[in-house]
Design a binder for this molecule. Structure first.
Ligand code: BGC
Length: 339
């Protein structure tokens, strides 16, 4: 047998014996990246994954993707399997920002750097965190609602937050609070119902909206909802009461269905986060980290363990007036898809 083939065969056999794939023989030239996602259910995460993988491949890397279906135990074992496959760097979107620090510890012990993507991992030794300005997302949602509330009387609003296990959900609420609390204190706004949607599920949001109507009646001016998936759930509840389009609803992500609802008038706004630029940036950072190149963070964020070098991207509030100039102009959705 030709000596090269023999060597390749020996390496493959050894790799299989060690429970590894040949891809585990990563090098700095061709880094192996492990991407562990909480979920792929929402449209945005599919876009994040596709952009990240394509950008990393362009830079010579290979990406192994795992998605945990909102299950902490599964996500920890996903990360452990990526570690055992010899990845050079891990990129994690945690389901639970607290629970994932165990997985980061295992990576740290294996000397594998960890990058948190979009969602922070708490009390963990992260190399970098890339995200959008999440407080600004919440501020944009609440400011939009406030600007469109009726004048001359106390406005009645419902607040639907995201998953309590997601640090971002707290940041969105914090941003909303920055705008709403002074007005609530001044007696200009009353929150007639509020709750957290477990795992960001649209069904949970529908239940919260049903409960709000049961408790406070249909005399509601706005529903400040933290993302488009849950906005869809809330709007379903409104539709059943023939109130869709009559009560302002906010969102986030510029999901296709949400953009269609904006054009139809059943959802007032969304917050567009240019995912392509964040995912492309993250792929570049992951490859640089694997190659030992220095980072260029735009700031830091305290995760309870350290000031994590962080990169924050800007967000854009979108309603029917600027949908074409933002989401469509960027190619995030095409005009024909929106019809
Ligand atoms: C993300 C949002 C997303 C939500 C649900 C958050 O952490 O920042 O864009 O809608 O999770 O997946």
């Amino acid at each position: 047998m030709n000596p090269h083939r023999l060597l390749h065969r020996t390496v493959t056999v050894l790799a299989l014996l060690a429970g590894l794939s040949t891809a585990a023989f990563a090098s700095k030239d061709k880094p192996l990246i492990g991407l562990s996602l909480d979920t792929l259910k929402e449209e945005r995460w599919q876009q994040d994954r596709d952009t990240f993988v394509a950008a990393a491949q362009k830079l010579g890397a290979t990406v192994i993707v795992q998605a945990a279906n909102s299950d902490d135990t599964r996500q920890v074992s996903d990360v452990e399997s990526l570690i055992s496959r010899g990845v050079d760097v891990l990129v994690i979107v945690p389901h639970n920002g607290d629970a994932m620090n165990r997985a980061v510890k295992s990576a740290n012990e294996a000397k594998i750097p960890v990058i948190a993507y979009d969602r922070l991992i708490l009390n963990a030794d992260l190399t970098c965190y890339l995200t959008f300005d999440n407080v600004k997302v919440g501020e944009a949602q609440a400011s939009y609602a406030v600007a469109h509330l009726p004048a001359g009387r106390k406005a009645r609003i419902v607040r639907i937050y995201g998953a309590k296990t997601d640090h971002n959900a707290l940041m969105f609420k914090q941003g909303q609070d920055n705008i709403l609390l002074p007005l609530i204190k001044a007696g200009k706004i009353e929150v007639v119902h509020e709750d957290w949607a477990t795992d960001w599920k649209p069904d949970e949001a529908k239940k919260i909206m049903d409960a709000a109507i049961a408790r406070a009646g249909t005399n509601i001016d706005a529903v400040v909802v933290s993302n488009d998936g849950t906005a869809g759930g809330a709007i379903q509840a409104l539709l059943e009461e023939h109130l869709d389009g009559k009560i302002l609803v906010t969102g986030q992500d510029a999901d296709l269905a949400a953009c269609q609802r904006i054009l139809r008038g059943t959802q007032a706004m969304t917050v567009y986060k240019p995912l392509k630029s964040l995912a492309t940036l993250a792929a570049g950072v992951a490859v640089d980290v694997a190659r030992g190149k220095p980072l260029a963070p735009s700031g830091t964020l305290d995760n309870g363990f350290k000031q994590v070098p962080s990169i924050f991207e800007k967000v854009i509030a979108v309603d029917k007036d600027n949908l074409m100039d933002t989401v469509v102009k960027d190619g995030f959705h095409t005009a024909s898809e929106l019809k």
